[in-house]
Design a protein around this ligand. Structure first.
Ligand SMILES: Nc1ncnc2c1ncn2[C@@H]1O[C@H](COP(=O)(O)OP(=O)(O)OP(=O)(O)O)[C@@H](O)[C@H]1O
Ligand SMILES: [Mg+2]
Length: 262
């Protein structure tokens, strides 16, 4: 927490973060070589780079799913290094939402039940308020008419939109998405991306999105590129610049931006 007079802490503050796998073994390998990165509240950031460059590893460290080998990491001003597993779990729960390439929806449950599941797990029951919130979120991602459908009855893009709603159910300040459109065709991928941007705009949620799709990366606000476990590029995108080569309309974040027109 910031006190008056001091600037608010960055949401994410990584300094010289390193990660090695197989420590002490003959195949020990350092895969992140000193990452220094700050992400402010409300950013919409693409994390790109070749396969094996360390994107998922970095995202998992930011997501408190993996521990770094050395360096420091503060999230909202809290030093992560000193926390035990229980404290990390609580911090993760209260700060972060996740969207993965494969949505990890529970097949036996409806879209609505999938979105209320985090509340069920957290509190042991689903309150009326939670269910209302889940409905609101599903409606916000264009699924007002699909709440009672099971994942197998939904398209890939719709399933990913359910996963977005689920990631937002506790209004985390930061959502981490690892190739959220990696499994989708271009139209569905656009549909999911538009929802991510909409949630960013409407809720001020920060997003870090790993993507292999340069078209989508260009539609984020900031581009961080990893190459061989190091940051090779970190720059603002030219989102507002005309892009005659791209079939995608300029990302204006208006409802008309939505491929299904809703
Ligand atoms: N659990 C692990 N044990 C050992 N090495 C690992 C482990 N996880 C990742 N690595 C290695 O770390 C490096 C970075 O992997 P990572 O999955 O972060 O890359 P990535 O940029 O996400 O790649 P992709 O685009 O293919 O998803 C790779 O060389 C990978 O083999
Ligand atoms: Mg990866």
């Amino acid at each position: 927490m910031s006190t008056s007079g001091t600037p608010p802490a960055a949401l994410i503050d990584l300094a010289d973060v390193r990660k090695s796998y197989n420590m002490g073994l003959s195949n020990e390998a350092e895969v992140l070589h000193g990452i220094t990165l700050q992400v402010a509240r409300g950013e919409f950031l693409a994390l790109i780079g070749p396969s094996g460059s360390g994107k998922s590893t970095l995202l998992n460290i930011v997501g408190l799913l993996e521990r770094m080998t050395s360096g420091s990491y503060h999230i909202g001003g809290t030093a992560v290094n000193a926390l035990d597993d229980k404290a990390l779990t609580l911090l993760r729960r209260d700060t972060l939402g996740f969207v993965f390439q494969f949505h990890h929806l529970l097949p036996a449950f409806s879209a609505l039940e999938n979105v209320t599941m985090p509340g069920l797990i957290r509190e042991g029951h689903v309150s009326r308020q939670q269910r209302e919130r889940a409905r609101e979120l599903l409606a916000a991602v264009g699924l007002a008419n699909a709440m009672d459908k099971r994942p197998s009855e939904l398209s890939g893009g719709m399933q990913q939109r359910v996963a977005i709603a689920r990631a937002l159910v506790f209004d985390p300040p930061l959502v981490l998405a690892d190739e959220p459109t990696g499994n989708l065709d271009t139209a569905s991928s656009d549909e999911v991306f538009v929802e991510l941007r909409r949630m960013h705009k409407e809720r001020g949620t920060s997003f870090i999105i790993v993507t292999h799709d340069p078209r989508l990366a260009a539609r984020c606000d900031r581009l961080v590129e990893l190459v061989d476990g190091k940051i090779a590029r970190d720059e603002a995108t030219a989102r507002t610049a005309p892009d005659p080569g791209s079939p995608v309309p300029a990302p204006t974040d208006t409802p008309a931006d939505r491929p299904d027109g809703h």
